[in-house]
Design a protein around this ligand. Structure first.
Ligand code: G3P
Length: 215
């Protein structure tokens, strides 16, 4: 399973990419709105740090508008840009067109097995299942993830499953257990994955005992 960071914050991305654990970045309009940058600037900034897939979401509604916007994003960094496309009728049409042009896509706002199936049939490079929002809605997010993973393997779809909308460490662990291809993780959750109170206690004890070692 690969780890991506779900952030548009340049200092967060820089910090975690130094660990070498992060293989890609996902953003959305909400995350970009929290920065002082335009979408184009965000693409340029992230591209200067990460040499991996960078998902950027189109914000227009119609097929033609989304296609124009997608091609403009793509031109900024053809090597790494992944066009994030909403799970709509026009979005699926756009996904197929971009895939045919060799441009990577990420179908986002996916909440069901049926939607994931359509994304996979539309040759999406990635499909993003929103785990946290499903759980907020009292749906069995992990059962849905499990079924999508099964279907992918039964029919040999090439689309990679991204578990998104992650709220805590336990959810990351569950996504790994259910064989999600990728989990995209907010900065704070990534930091929380590093720490454990028993590790902290252990460090204190070892430090105390290190002082007792004969010189
Ligand atoms: O990037 C998509 C997804 O991760 C959004 O998460 O927390 O807004 O549900 P959230």
């Amino acid at each position: 399973m690969q780890l991506f960071i779900d952030s548009a914050n340049i200092s967060e991305i820089k910090e975690v990419s130094n660990l070498g654990l992060i293989k890609g970045v996902t953003t959305n309009p909400t995350l970009i709105s929290k920065t002082n940058s335009s979408i184009d600037e965000t693409i340029r900034n992230i591209s200067s740090i990460v040499d991996g897939p960078i998902s950027i979401e189109v914000t227009k509604d119609t097929y033609n508008e989304m296609l124009e916007q997608a091609l403009n994003f793509y031109k900024i960094n053809p090597r790494n840009i992944v066009i994030k496309v909403p799970m709509t009728y026009d979005g699926l049409k756009l996904c197929r067109e971009l895939s045919n042009q060799g441009i990577k896509t990420n179908i986002t706002l996916c909440f069901s097995v049926s939607q994931a199936l359509l994304a996979m049939e539309s040759k999406a490079t990635y499909v993003s299942l929103f785990i946290g929002r499903l759980l907020d809605d009292n749906q069995d997010a992990f059962e849905i993830l499990n079924n999508i993973v099964k279907i992918k393997h039964i029919y040999n779809f090439q689309t990679e499953i991204i578990s998104a909308s992650i709220r805590n460490v336990k959810q990351v662990e569950k996504c790994a257990q259910y064989a999600s291809d990728i989990v995209t993780i907010p900065y704070q959750v990534l930091k929380d994955m590093i720490t454990n109170s028993l590790t902290d206690k252990g460090i204190i004890k070892f430090k105390e005992d290190a002082l007792k070692i004969v010189k």
